[in-house]
Ligand binder design. Structure first.
Ligand SMILES: [Zn+2]
Length: 139
């Protein structure tokens, strides 16, 4: 691990704070949901409440996913395992990058590469479905 004790301590504190932020936002959401269902009067209110609820759930899923990643990263950090090591090429991820994104599992080079591939695939898929549309129009 290419991190100093001080850097590890900073990252650990940051991740614990993030986790606390997520769990306290869960409590807030739960309170909001209760208030919403109490105030529901007619159909429009009901629809709005449903929309609000699904929006919250979406955020919550994302947060849950992030919380799980934080948990994993914290365990790794505590065990002194391969935390801060790029999963792709094995180099030490820079402290600055970890500070910005403590759950990072790839170094910036590999991450860029992966993102480029992803967007290439996306464009590939897009043009494929576009061709299909063209063919359908022509036929
Ligand atoms: Zn890498």
């Amino acid at each position: 691990m290419g991190l100093t004790k001080k850097e590890i301590k900073i990252l650990k504190e940051k991740m614990i704070l993030e986790k606390e932020r997520i769990s306290s936002s869960f409590v807030l959401d739960a309170q909001k949901l209760e208030v919403n269902s109490d105030q529901t009067k007619d159909e429009t209110d009901q629809t709005n409440a449903d929309l609000e609820r699904s929006r919250m759930l979406r955020f919550r899923n994302r947060d849950l996913f992030y919380a799980k990643k934080l948990e994993l990263a914290l365990t790794k950090l505590n065990n002194g395992d391969d935390y801060g090591c790029c999963e792709e090429c094995g180099v030490d991820i820079k402290f600055e990058r970890l500070l910005a994104r403590p759950t990072a599992q790839m170094c910036i080079t590999c991450k860029d590469e992966a993102e480029r591939e992803e967007s290439n695939n996306f464009i590939g898929r897009q043009s494929k479905s576009l061709n299909k549309t063209f063919n359908q129009v022509l036929a």
